[in-house]
Design a protein around this ligand. Structure first.
Ligand code: PGA
Length: 260
């Protein structure tokens, strides 16, 4: 068993098309996972499906996550959803700072940080995403960008709080493009993130925090990626929309765990 239990999470994004399809997808994953606890699993679903998916997942070890939330507890924030609302719908997790929100909706590190603190205060386990664009990688700024995202997004957290946070390194150029970072490229950034966590929160916390890789993880590349020493799981987009593919990635996680 590795020091950090592998964690495979699905990010359904704005899919599937209706609640029946959402129930069916969740049921397929639930039935495939069974009671197995070798790899931690969670599904990040559109908010409107959370309650239905939560019912499907009751009696299963699979966690349930929102894909975003707002930091205020309640009030005049049209269209927003609070951490306690996510909890009320059966959520255990929430994905924060996904690149599609950072780059598509202009979400900043400061906003991610406020959401993160509100999620932790409410008792949700946050998955905080970060990663560089192609232009940033090509101009050799990957480490600087990732370091700045870590510093801004995690500002003010105590080591105890940080122990409850999962990070997802998702190079923007690899998300939904079919281009995966090579295991060497991903491992290098994961090791850099862990080094930065050590400087900010101490070695003990740095050794405990799970860092998922995300960006075109598929059944045929999952084992190589998940076998890297500092890759502790995957955040899966496209390939989590078919239960069989997602289950194959979880199986790869089990294999990788056995050899870590
Ligand atoms: P992808 O998405 O697996 O489709 O690249 C990953 C993500 O956005 O979390």
């Amino acid at each position: 068993m590795p020091a950090r239990k592998l964690f495979v999470a699905g990010n359904w994004k704005m899919n599937p098309a209706n609640v029946e399809a959402a129930r069916a997808l969740a049921a397929g994953v639930r039935d495939g996972v069974g009671t197995s606890a070798e790899v931690e699993v969670a599904l990040g679903c559109p908010a409107v499906y959370l309650s239905a998916v939560s019912e499907v997942l009751s009696d299963s070890p699979i966690g349930l996550g929102g894909q975003n939330m707002y930091w205020a507890k309640d009030g005049a924030y049209t269209g927003e959803i609070s951490a306690s609302m996510l909890l009320d719908q059966g959520c255990t997790h929430v994905i924060l700072g996904h690149s599609e929100r950072r780059h598509g909706m202009g979400e900043t590190d400061e906003q991610v940080n406020k959401k993160l603190k509100a999620a932790l205060e409410a008792g949700l386990y946050p998955i905080v995403c970060l990663g560089e664009t192609l232009e940033e990688r090509e101009s050799d700024r990957t480490e600087a960008v990732v370091a700045a995202q870590l510093q801004g997004s995690l500002a003010g957290l105590t080591p105890e709080e940080m122990n409850k946070v999962v990070l997802a390194y998702e190079p923007v150029w690899a998300i939904g493009t079919g281009k995966t970072a090579s295991p060497e490229q991903a491992q290098a950034v994961h090791a850099f993130i862990r080094k930065k966590l050590g400087e900010a929160f101490g070695e003990k916390t740095a050794g405990l925090v799970k860092i998922q890789y995300g960006g075109s993880v598929k059944p045929d590349n999952a084992l190589e990626l998940l076998s890297c020493p500092d890759i502790d799981g995957a955040l899966v987009g496209g390939a989590c929309l078919k239960a069989a593919d997602f289950l194959a990635i979880i199986e790869a996680g089990k294999k990788a765990s056995a050899s870590k």
